[in-house]
Structure formats: structure tokens, C-alpha cells
Design a binder for this molecule. Structure first.
Ligand SMILES: [Fe+2]
Length: 176
């Protein structure tokens, strides 16, 4: 990693400094706790995963909520992280954490720069998945999240398939 990963304390300080609310910070801490738990299970299951990166990426995943709570918080967050000189691996976790990822077509419709917004590395997948298991700072099941997405987007929305796929993949890899 070319740039240095901040410590958890530094990551929390960054969230405060950019103006994230106490609720957002609580959510990020809850997601980080679950993400680290999942990452540890992956390691036990023989999957190589950078736990520090998972923890810091999870703590910072919603940094964009300092500016907007819309879906754009992913790209806005990535921009903020880039401006702060955070490592590229962290920027990509932020950029790819929405739902089970955002397709090329959806990104185009949203007017986002043309690139990949689907989590690819194990660390990106774990943070996106852990985020789907936390509502506010409350832990919920993946089934509850899927229901919520169905209610918000319609039951056949492609986002639902992507979340289910992420759930299956993480469950298999990490032996959940
Ligand atoms: Fe988010």
C-alpha cells in the first residue's frame, strides 16, 4: 500500500472533521465491528484478507454522508477520501459499498464517472456486505435488508440479485 492506512482513532477523527453526524459515526463503527468479525472468519476459513484495511474501510465507508445521504454519497465520499490523500484501497471500498454494487448502466444514469462500482476485492465485498447487516447502528438480518430493498426499489430490481449474490459469496468464502 503506497499511502499509509490511518489508525481506527484517526479514521474516527477524520469522520468528525469532515462533518459526519454522531449517528453516521455510530453506524460506521457498528459496520466496522461486523466487518472485522466477518474478516476474521474468512481468515479462519483460509481466505487471505487484510483485516486492518477492512476495519478502516468500514469506518470510512460512509464519509460521503457528511455531504449527502443520497446514493451519491459513495462517489462524493470517494472524492473526499481522495482529497485527504487516503489509500486507493480505502477509496475503492467507499466507492463500491452501495447495495451489492452499482452496475455500469446505473452509474451512467446517475451521471457518475465511467468506472467499476461493484465490489471486487474480498475487503470491498466484506464492507459492502457488513453495511447491509446494519441499519443505523442496529444489527439486522440479510433477509430484512433484502425486504427493505424490495420495498424501496421493487422486487425485481437488479440490486436485489446483487445483494443476494454477495450474501452467498461471503457466506461460502467466510464459512458464515
Ligand atoms: Fe453508505
Amino acid at each position: 500500500m503506497s499511502k499509509i492506512l490511518p489508525s481506527p482513532e484517526e479514521a474516527l477523527k477524520i469522520l468528525k472533521e469532515v462533518g459526519c453526524s454522531a449517528d453516521v459515526i455510530k453506524h460506521c463503527e457498528a459496520v466496522a465491528n461486523i466487518a472485522v468479525e466477518i474478516a476474521k472468519k474468512c481468515l479462519v476459513n483460509g481466505v487471505a484478507v487484510n483485516i486492518n484495511l477492512v476495519q478502516i474501510g468500514a469506518l470510512l465507508h460512509d464519509i460521503g454522508r457528511s455531504k449527502t445521504h443520497s446514493v451519491h454519497h459513495a462517489v462524493v465520499g470517494a472524492e473526499i477520501a481522495r482529497s485527504l490523500g487516503l489509500p486507493e484501497q480505502v477509496i475503492r471500498i467507499i466507492e463500491r459499498h452501495v447495495g451489492g454494487g452499482i452496475s455500469v448502466e446505473e452509474a451512467l444514469e446517475l451521471g457518475w464517472p465511467n468506472k467499476n462500482y461493484v465490489p471486487e476485492t474480498i475487503e470491498e465485498k466484506i464492507v459492502a456486505y457488513a453495511d447491509k447487516l446494519v441499519e443505523g447502528s442496529k444489527i439486522i438480518s440479510i433477509e430484512e435488508t433484502i425486504e427493505r430493498f424490495k420495498n424501496e426499489l421493487g422486487k425485481d430490481h437488479p440490486a436485489i440479485k446483487r445483494i443476494k449474490r454477495l450474501h452467498k459469496e461471503i457466506s461460502r468464502m467466510c464459512g458464515l
